[in-house]
Structures are given as C-alpha cells and as structure tokens.
Write a protein that binds this ligand. Structure first.
Ligand SMILES: Cc1ncc(COP(=O)(O)O)c(C=O)c1O
Length: 319
C-alpha cells in the first residue's frame, strides 16, 4: 500500500538497506522500482544516514529506513536529505511497535510507516500489519486502496448511498478473527514489551564479561532510542565462530541462528545487478550475527542456561 500511495512507477528509485527482510524490497519491486541498496551502520545495523547522501539521485522517490530489532534508524537526519527533494520516507517499522527514537514512536516520523503483526513479531495476529499514514495527503486514497479501490468507507459513514470502484486496491485489511486476536495481544502489549526489555537487559549484563574479553559484541541502543526488546543478538568475531556456535548450541537444544541474508548478495539481488562485496559492512555483520532465544515466557533460569552454554561453547573454541 505504501508503494501504491507513493505512486511508484518503473524507473523510480527506492533506497533501502540490504540487511532487511525481502518484504521491504518486494513491496517496491512489485511496482517496478529500481532498488538502491545502502550499507548499514556498524552500531545499530540500520541504514547508514551518511551513506544515504551518495545514493540519492534525481530519480529517487522513496527512502526506507528499517528499524532493526526495534532500535530506531536515524529518520530525522535522513529527512534533512529527503525533504528538500520531495522524497518520501516510508519507515519499515515492522519490528518497531512500541519503540521510539527522540521520544517519537517508530513509524510515525516518515510520511508513511509500516508495522508487522506477523507471527515472529512482539505483538502478533499470525499474519497482518498496519499502515501509519502520517502525511494527510495520503489519507483519503489510503482508505480507498485498502477497500479494494472502493469508497466503502464513505458508505459506512453514511455520506453516500452506495459505494463504487474509484482506484486500484486490494483487500489489505485484517480479517475480523485476526483483529480479535490482535486486540488481545495489544491489551498485553505493555507487559510483553517490558518483559522483553528485561530479558535483553539480563542477557546484556550476563554477557558483558565475554564482551569485555572481546569474545563477542553486544547490541547497541543509542541514548536517544527506547527499544522494544524485539531481538537479542550478539556479534561474534568471525563467521566460522557463528557457524560453529549455532551448531553447538543446537546440539544442546538451544536455537540460536543468524538473521537476514543480505538481499543484494542473494540470487535475486544478483539478478538486479548487485555482487557480493558491494556492501562490506552489511556482509561482514550479517555473517557474524547470532540471535539468542527471546520471548516473554523465557525465565531467568533459561537465560542463565543460554548464557552458560554460550560461554562454554565460545571459550571451548578459543582454547
Ligand atoms: C524488517 C521487516 N520488514 C518487513 C517484514 C514483513 O512483515 P509482514 O510479514 O508482516 O509483511 C518483516 C517481517 O518479517 C521485517 O522483519
């Protein structure tokens, strides 16, 4: 819907990180956009706002910051580059519900923002999402596109006696059953977010001795960001250690896996003209990142077990 609202056409350029889920890219590729992948910052793993300047061309229509792990990308800094050229920002806040940057909820600073309620997210109804329309110029069209291109909303409001087809669109809305499940999840949202943040704090405290020894790096949450505890990850010294640890932990019954395979280096990314080596920070960090178990029912004992296992496996390998 965001790509439709921005009226993306073949040849329009969209800047996005390669370290993201395929949905970020597909939404715009489906409208014929040319994707311009930018590298990420080494601290937050979000699109590097310094790298953005060199990616903007006269054909750029949209920039998509992705808020990885619920930690805010530098949307405001990006806006100082996009606004003078009439470029829209579509925040991919799929992972960002109830997180904020500079006191502002993720997804609410760009012209549009998207939230995911997929089964993997903090607040879920299995499949579905929300579009945050922050620029009133999109208001009316957004309601039409989301109702298969009809003005059904006016019919419901009683301002027309029948509704008609006005535009392209699709059945973008949640089913009532999914919405009922989402309501229950939203009622528990503060608890879920608080518990996830507690889990991340416990992990970080317990893992800090290993970080001090240089055996791993912990996630960075800048002082102006409040995270929602979406993902606990560590960055290991090299890809081989990540691979070995993932297998060793699995053998102990602990699921610990990497995350996004950089899109530009995928078979599809190569068809779009990208090559391995094009985005060095993305490739390096994606190859060393290991996610640890993180969900609200994870107990303190579970965390201790994961930390002990990680320490044993790491130090066994470094002997
Ligand atoms: C960064 C990011 N963008 C987009 C998506 C897609 O969300 P959905 O599956 O709700 O379309 C996800 C979810 O996996 C994601 O993590």
């Amino acid at each position: 819907m965001a790509a439709l609202l921005c009226e993306i056409e073949p040849g329009d350029e969209v800047v996005l990180p390669s370290f993201t889920y395929v949905a970020t890219a597909n939404a715009f590729l489906l409208r014929g956009a040319t994707l311009r992948f930018g590298d990420i910052r080494a601290d937050t793993l979000n699109l590097d706002e310094q790298a953005l300047r060199s990616l903007i061309t006269p054909r750029t229509r949209v920039v998509v910051p992705v808020h990885y792990a619920g930690v805010g990308a530098a949307t405001e800094e990006m806006q100082s580059m996009t606004r003078p050229h009439g470029i829209d920002i579509v925040e991919d806040a799929a992972q960002g519900l109830l997180a904020s940057r500079n006191g502002r909820a993720l997804g609410t600073a760009g012209e549009l923002g998207v939230i995911s309620f997929h089964a993997t997210k903090n607040i879920s109804c299995g499949q579905g999402g929300a579009l945050l329309v922050n620029d009133p110029r999109f208001d009316e069209r957004a309601s039409i596109l989301s109702e298969e291109g009809t003005d059904r909303i006016r019919f419901r409001q009683g301002t027309v006696t029948s509704y008609q087809w006005h535009d392209i669109g699709s059945a973008f809305q949640l089913s009532e059953m999914a919405a009922a499940m989402l309501l229950a999840q939203l009622q528990a949202a503060s608890f879920i977010t608080m518990r996830r943040n507690e889990i991340l704090t416990s992990y970080s405290k317990a893992l800090s001795p290993l970080a001090q020894k240089g055996l791993l790096q912990l996630p960075v949450v800048p002082g102006n960001c409040l995270s929602n505890g979406h993902i606990m990850y560590v960055i290991l010294p090299d890809r081989e250690t990540r691979h070995r640890l993932s297998g060793d932990l699995r053998a102990l019954g602990i699921e610990a896996v990497g995350h996004f395979m950089p899109l530009h280096a995928s078979p599809m990314g190569q068809r779009l003209g990208y090559r391995s080596g094009d985005l060095p920070v993305t490739e390096d960090l994606a190859s060393r990142l290991l996610r640890l178990p993180c969900w609200p029912d994870l107990s303190d004992v579970d965390i201790e077990r994961v930390v002990n296992a990680l320490e044993t496996c790491l130090t066994a390998g470094s002997d």
